[in-house]
Design a protein around this ligand. Structure first.
Ligand SMILES: Nc1ncnc2c1ncn2[C@@H]1O[C@H](COP(=O)(O)OP(=O)(O)OP(=O)(O)O)[C@@H](O)[C@H]1O
Ligand SMILES: Nc1ccn([C@@H]2O[C@H](COP(=O)(O)O)[C@@H](O)[C@H]2O)c(=O)n1
Length: 206
């Protein structure tokens, strides 16, 4: 069984997916971490993030592995864990450029489709493109201001700066942020994290 949880930036996808996965006793898969890892490698390799062929060569020469766990995903570059380096303002700024390359998307999708079921998959196009056959699909939204207020607990910038960056990322990601037609859309603005998780679990359990 696959559950997909897509949504806009900082809408709560990874927190909600972690909670749903833990309640179901299955792992969750954070697809954004692979795009973030590709961005980190590109930046640290001094590459032009627009240069898809060089980026792909670099990714093939430096294998990245996603370890999906219910308690939190880990990302490895060979034997080195790089998870803690993937959530920064620098990566947030570059990641949408990297994610726009069809070859990078194919590199991510191949890794995701090779994972053994069951799992909860979160990202932008899990329900539309990667796992269109998934029986349970959800899509999270919230206003940019609410998302920025929540994110301000985790980032040094002020709320208007975070809000502007989130809107910019949503705009750059517009090619892959449409909800699947069969996804249940949840506006998490007026909901607590636990309410979102319980709503999804109730829907899955029928
Ligand atoms: N319903 C909610 N109520 C209150 N806080 C929430 C809710 N959902 C998420 N949060 C908080 O919002 C922040 C962003 O959530 P999270 O990192 O899970 O979002 P995301 O969609 O995975 O982000 P990104 O797209 O950047 O990877 C976290 O601090 C999380 O605890
Ligand atoms: N399915 C996905 C997931 C992510 N992206 C791109 O990665 C960026 C980071 O994702 P987060 O979920 O960690 O915020 C995101 O802004 C997209 O550019 C994607 O394209 N498809």
């Amino acid at each position: 069984m696959i559950v997909t949880i897509d949504g806009v930036a900082a809408s709560g996808k990874s927190s909600v997916s972690g909670g749903v996965a833990q309640a179901l006793g299955i792992p969750y898969v954070s697809s954004g971490l692979l795009y973030r890892a590709a961005t980190l490698l590109g930046l640290e390799g001094g590459l032009d993030l627009q240069d898809a062929p060089r980026l792909l060569d670099h990714l093939r020469a430096h294998p990245v592995r996603l370890e999906p766990l219910a308690a939190g995903n880990r990302v490895w570059l060979g034997e080195q864990e790089i998870t803690d380096r993937l959530h920064s303002t620098r990566i947030d700024r570059g990641v949408s450029v990297v994610a726009a390359h069809p070859a990078v998307r194919a590199w991510v999708d191949e890794q995701l489709r090779a994972l053994p079921e069951p799992f909860v998959a979160e990202g932008r196009d899990m329900g539309t493109n990667v796992f269109p056959h998934a029986p349970h699909k959800f899509y999270l939204t919230a206003s940019a201001r609410i998302r920025a207020e929540r994110r301000s607990q985790e980032r040094p910038e002020n709320i208007p700066e975070i809000e502007a960056a989130l809107l910019r990322r949503d705009e750059l990601d517009r090619g892959q942020i449409a909800p699947a037609p069969d996804a249940r859309v949840l506006d998490t603005g007026p909901m607590t994290l636990d309410q979102v998780i319980q709503t999804i679990l109730a829907d899955i359990r029928g």
